[in-house]
Design a protein around this ligand. Structure first.
Ligand SMILES: Cc1ncc(COP(=O)(O)O)c(C=O)c1O
Length: 370
């Protein structure tokens, strides 16, 4: 078996994976229309529902795409032709929802908040109240990965129901990394992908949908490949993806889900959060400031303001760290420059400690800190 260098990815996904997940993709060639593959597909679907605690009222539609495809599928499949969607936007992924709607001519009412700022629930309620009759859904990002802010899942979903609206939650970078229970949290549609906190490979997005709501979308006709109901019905009836699936990626996702259950959902949340705590403490000691107030951190990714030093260059810092096995990510929010450190994937506190040593070494070598 080929040995693979272990890179520590501190970018917000695709995340570091185990060797067993990587190796799970090396399988005999198989036609995805074979029953064996169909059973694998249904097992993945059912376990994703289980991870979201949606066994009672939800199903899961698997799609071949990156995460954006899942969001696009959801927005274009469920908003009635004569209704608009209310979009909460406090970062690039909220903005992306608006761009998707623009591309399809779906009307949207926007609650735009400066990136990194929390949702004001009173203001949100008053806006929803004003626009209630025009809109059918409230859409938002759970963990806005651009800045690392956590939007209040249950509160927003509950509010949408109070006004008889459905909700769409982009939980791309929080699903399997935070405690999400679609039943308890009143989520109607949750979108995520295979390559973030579930720790699989890129190439599959999925929508965990309240079945009753999904079944009510049969008269909405504005997409084809990405139609959620058509994909759901085909898989249910035929035990097959509607279109060619990413075969090997599905084997990897199966293995990643096995590893998720072996670790335990609560343990994964604790592991991720413990790495965040280590990282947060040290970067603060080194004099850095955060873009988002600490009480709103999702504990999955932290946006750190660039140091004020003429010796600092993100690209140079990136390259120094990359050569030593650590990948970090830039982040520009309006005119504010940040860099982002994520703590998801198959990484451990010792990896964060090692990263912090190299990070500090770079800062001292370059005289960015004394
Ligand atoms: C919250 C959120 N939504 C959507 C996306 C887009 O996913 P993808 O790049 O897989 O299309 C990301 C990617 O990081 C994300 O973090």
């Amino acid at each position: 078996m080929k040995t693979v260098t272990r890179n520590i990815l501190l970018n917000p996904g695709p995340a570091t994976t185990t060797d067993t997940v990587k190796n799970a993709m090396v399988v005999p060639d198989i036609c995805p229309r074979e029953l064996e593959f169909g059973e694998l597909t249904l097992s993945v679907r059912d376990d994703l529902i289980k991870i979201a605690h949606g066994e009672k009222n939800h199903t899961c539609v698997l799609l071949t795409s990156s995460g954006t495809g899942g969001v696009e599928a959801c927005l274009t499949s469920v908003i009635p032709m004569d209704k608009k969607v209310f979009i909460i936007n406090n970062g690039a992924y909220g903005e992306r929802m608006q761009a998707i709607c623009d591309a399809y001519g779906i009307g949207h009412i926007d609650y735009n908040i400066p990136a990194g700022q929390p949702v004001d629930m009173i203001e949100l309620e008053s806006l929803i109240k004003t626009h209630q009759t025009q809109v059918s859904h409230v859409a938002f990002i759970h963990h806005e990965t651009t800045v690392g802010i956590l939007n209040p899942l249950k509160e927003i979903c509950e509010l949408s129901h109070n006004y008889k609206l459905e909700n769409i939650v982009d939980a791309m970078s929080s699903f399997a990394g935070m405690d999400i229970d679609v039943e308890r949290d009143q989520v109607d549609y949750l979108v995520s992908s295979s390559n973030k906190c579930i720790q699989g490979m890129a190439g599959i997005s999925f929508v965990i949908a309240r079945l009753k709501n999904l079944q009510g979308t049969n008269r909405i006709k504005r997409n084809f490949y990405f139609n959620l109901l058509t994909n759901y019905e085909y898989l249910n009836k035929n035990k097959q993806f509607l279109f060619t699936p990413p075969v090997q990626t599905l084997y990897a996702l199966r293995q990643a889900i096995n590893e998720y259950f072996a670790e335990g959902g609560a343990n994964r949340v604790t592991r991720y959060a413990s790495m965040y705590e280590i990282m947060k403490k040290r970067v603060k000691e080194l004099g850095f400031k955060f873009l988002v107030e600490e009480r709103h951190h999702a504990k999955l990714l932290t946006a750190i303001l660039d140091p004020i030093s003429s010796n600092y260059s993100f690209n140079e810092m990136h390259d120094y760290l990359f050569e030593r096995g650590f990948t970090i990510y830039p982040g520009k929010v309006g005119s504010i420059n940040t860099f982002r450190l994520s703590n998801i994937g198959e990484i451990y506190p010792a990896d964060i400690e090692n990263f912090l040593k190299v990070f500090e070494e770079y800062l001292r070598v370059k005289k960015i800190i004394d």
